[in-house]
Design a binder for this molecule. Sequence first.
Ligand SMILES: Nc1ncnc2c1ncn2[C@@H]1O[C@H](COP(=O)(O)OP(=O)(O)OP(=O)(O)O)[C@@H](O)[C@H]1O
Ligand SMILES: [Mg+2]
Length: 322
Amino acid sequence: MKPIEVKNLQKTYGDLKAVDGISFVVNEGEVFGLLGPNGAGKTTTIEILEGLRERDGGEVKVLGCDPWKDGYSLHKKIGVIPQEFTFFEKTSPREAIVYYADLFNIKVDPDQILRDVLLEDSAKTLFDNLSGGQKQKTGLALSLVNSPDMLFLDEPTTGLDPNARRAIWEVIRSLKAKGKTIILTTHYLDEAEQLSDRVAIMNHGHIVAMGTTDEIISQHGSGERLEINGEEKLAEYIKANTELQVNYDTAKCVISIPLNKKIDALAALAAAEQSGLDWGEIQTRRDSLDDVFINLVSGEVDEQGEIVSEDAESQLSRKRRR
Ligand SMILES: Nc1ncnc2c1ncn2[C@@H]1O[C@H](COP(=O)(O)OP(=O)(O)OP(=O)(O)O)[C@@H](O)[C@H]1O
Ligand SMILES: [Mg+2]
């Protein structure tokens, strides 16, 4: 049995299928990243796993429990940071930990927990006066009070500066090193790449890609390509004078040539040189997780807010919701 098993999970709000039949498992000791644009269904999914929202359909097992039916016993075993975590303004992190320990009716060493989340310097600062990063660390501290084996972190670093984000990453890495299973949502793809063993990308209630970031990039991204900064005329010249496929991005003024063989780059550059036209920077690149993410989840919207072009998954999903 895996610590998290989800099969065909569904959740509807009125006419909206917020989670539309998703399935996945999370392995023990794994950091599993849930990615997706605003409204994709990440928080809904996480809160169903935490036993805070009732599902409409499908099967969910968390640490062997049905989170909705066995919420009481499950809550003793998991740690949670809700999206936009906040706490009583006039309470310090240390007092908050003691308060939580009382609620769970357990004895803890608050100073050890503060050290674990790198918050010992602000132990006695009132919540109101903590920085954004310190507030998030307080959330992490509270999620650790009951020594959980599994943590649910919903956007733990949103709005934080790069240093504060890295400090939270350090804490998450140390929790992983202790063998905790962690589900994390984030809008920062670099964060997902840095921390997650595997990720799932959600869009309109569906999982549109899942695996390690390398697997997702190789499955959904394009292979290596040569990019040349230059005018459209140059793109046309290369196209007319080689056998290569040549694409042109008018917004960025970038000529992009898929490289089936490395030697294709030589033919492209020889043609560019022959053209007598100016060209700027050249580089070869592959799709990054950002590129793949944008391709999988984006749909262009016109001035009236109507979707004018979108990926196949979005079209299907909108049709299903109608
Ligand atoms: N309690 C609710 N009642 C009605 N609709 C809801 C409710 N909660 C969420 N929704 C809708 O369900 C969809 C999914 O919301 P959810 O909060 O799960 O998205 P998310 O992926 O976490 O987004 P974000 O990245 O903005 O946090 C959204 O369209 C949202 O408006
Ligand atoms: Mg959310």
